[in-house]
Design a protein around this ligand. Sequence first.
Ligand SMILES: C[S@@+](CC[C@H](N)C(=O)[O-])C[C@H]1O[C@@H](n2cnc3c(N)ncnc32)[C@H](O)[C@@H]1O
Length: 208
Amino acid sequence: MTMLSSNSVDRATFESFYAGQAPWDIGKPQGTVAAVADRVTGPVLDAGCGTGEHALFFAARGHRVTGIDFVEEAIRRARAKAAERGLAVEFLVKDATALGDWGERFASVIDCGLFHCFSNDDRRRYVRGLARVVETGGRLFLMCFSDEEPGAEGPRRVSRQELYDAFADGWEVESVHPTRIEVHPEFTEVKFSEGGPKAWFAVVRRKG
Ligand SMILES: C[S@@+](CC[C@H](N)C(=O)[O-])C[C@H]1O[C@@H](n2cnc3c(N)ncnc32)[C@H](O)[C@@H]1O
């Protein structure tokens, strides 16, 4: 699973993950995200939604939700889950680094495992695009691998300072807390920290 790189993780790498058991695809929302559900208002964007568990979770709570991912197979599975569960979610194949020309606006964005996929340049493109699609006063709920997770396998590690730097202009970082990412129990290829990879959970507010 060697992924750690200062380049963005490319689409082909994610396609190969979805051909097997993707470690993050646990069939339910991450507990850390579910725990802040009461703070999430609609409309909601799930950016890098994968097979859609977070998008579907917020749709089940009555929000209007859009999920985007650049892997067609992930979106195909997300749409199939929505149909099975009788939930209306708009799932789109879309590149999250090119949101700037999109006419949609969101009150909340969920980023569970997307930000840590990006190079420094793509981080900037992504955050610029988010600034266009997040309403003033809207919030980004972001979970990423932390630099406190040892080893060099898996996604790029992100420091607390990098989060503050990425959202320095036009945003207020309201909180950054340590948390853990839940990984599928059948994924044993990489030994992460006991209790799951160490992560940050950030809440970031769009200023006017
Ligand atoms: C670690 S997975 C997390 C998936 C999902 N959020 C979850 O928690 O199960 C990261 C997801 O981001 C998607 N992704 C990565 N780069 C992307 C990009 N530039 N545009 C859209 N999706 C992207 C991948 O295809 C993958 O589904």
